[in-house]
Design a protein around this ligand. Structure first.
Ligand code: SF4
Ligand code: SF4
Length: 270
């Protein structure tokens, strides 16, 4: 069972009287290093704008959709002690075919393929950093080491929604996320323009109602309500279920239109 929102009492919430423990997602905690380039022996910690421009250009040429930079704050670290405290955050878009294919074997295979693709691209971005003299460790998109949606939020790419997914202006909740941890210490860390999303989510709750497995459960904690994902019910990995994506207004509608309508409504309500 995994808490999809971060909070001070996330591992103490209860569902039906049972204590809920956080756990890793449907992947593994760690994945083998499939980089082809070894870690540099004396890695550099400084990168200028020109290099980062080339890095981003390279990542986009591979098929990466979004790139951001974030520090690893304690709340994003789910297990172990990461080798570096800075991250290049990467996303790839989920296309409509994947999101709209009903849960089942076909959807699962499409979902698996996208995870494999992003994993491969992540190792290649890590190789690029290593070959240029920087320490780099790829974080697989299914890794349970890091809360990747929260890392994406910290990079300013979007904000974690009530469905526990990163909601971005580009694709709403329809993207996969990975990261490359690096020793570069002067990255242009992102800042968020998306803090309004949780307020919108509070009034929405469609993902919770749409989940066919009742895997998204709202519970009360000492800090208010939070949404837990019950891993043993969720069929996102086993069947390629994407109902919590498909039902989200951010998937179907334009981000800026939702934002302006929400701000207008909030203003009218005083
Ligand atoms: S992937 Fe499907 S089963 Fe899992 S939380 Fe989303 S809607 Fe529910
Ligand atoms: S469906 Fe609604 S509550 Fe769920 S993440 Fe999307 S906006 Fe938030």
């Amino acid at each position: 069972m995994k808490n999809k929102n971060s909070g001070c009492c996330e591992d103490k919430a209860e569902v039906n009287g049972e204590k809920c423990e956080c756990s890793c997602n449907c992947g593994f905690l760690e994945y083998p290093d499939e980089c082809r380039v070894p870690e540099p022996e004396d890695p550099s910690e400084k990168a200028d704008d020109e290099f980062l421009g080339r890095l981003e250009e390279y990542a986009r040429s591979l098929g990466i959709s979004n790139i951001g930079y974030a520090r690893l704050t304690p709340d994003v670290i789910l297990a172990a002690d990461p080798p570096y405290r800075n991250a290049v955050v990467l996303t790839v878009d989920m296309d409509d075919d994947l999101v709209l294919t009903p849960p089942g074997r076909e959807a699962r295979e499409m979902n698996d393929r996208l995870y494999e693709k992003l994993a491969d691209l992540t190792f290649r971005v890590a190789d690029y950093l290593r070959i240029n003299g920087y320490g780099a460790v790829a974080i697989h998109p299914l890794s349970g080491l890091i809360d990747l949606p929260l890392l994406g939020q910290n990079a300013g790419i979007g904000f974690k929604g009530r469905n526990g997914l990163l909601i971005s202006p580009r694709k709403g909740p329809a993207q996969k996320i990975s990261a490359v941890l690096t020793g570069i210490s002067d990255l242009p860390y992102g800042s968020s323009d998306h803090e309004w999303i949780p307020f919108y989510c509070r009034r929405c709750g469609r993902c919770i109602r749409a989940c066919p497995q009742d895997a998204l459960v709202e519970v009360e904690t000492c800090c208010g309500s939070t949404v837990l994902l019950l891993d043993d019910r969720c069929t996102g990995c086993s069947d390629g279920c994407t109902r919590c994506i498909e039902s989200c207004p951010f998937y179907r509608k334009d981000y800026e239109n939702i934002r302006s309508a929400f701000k207008r409504a909030a203003k009218n309500q005083g």
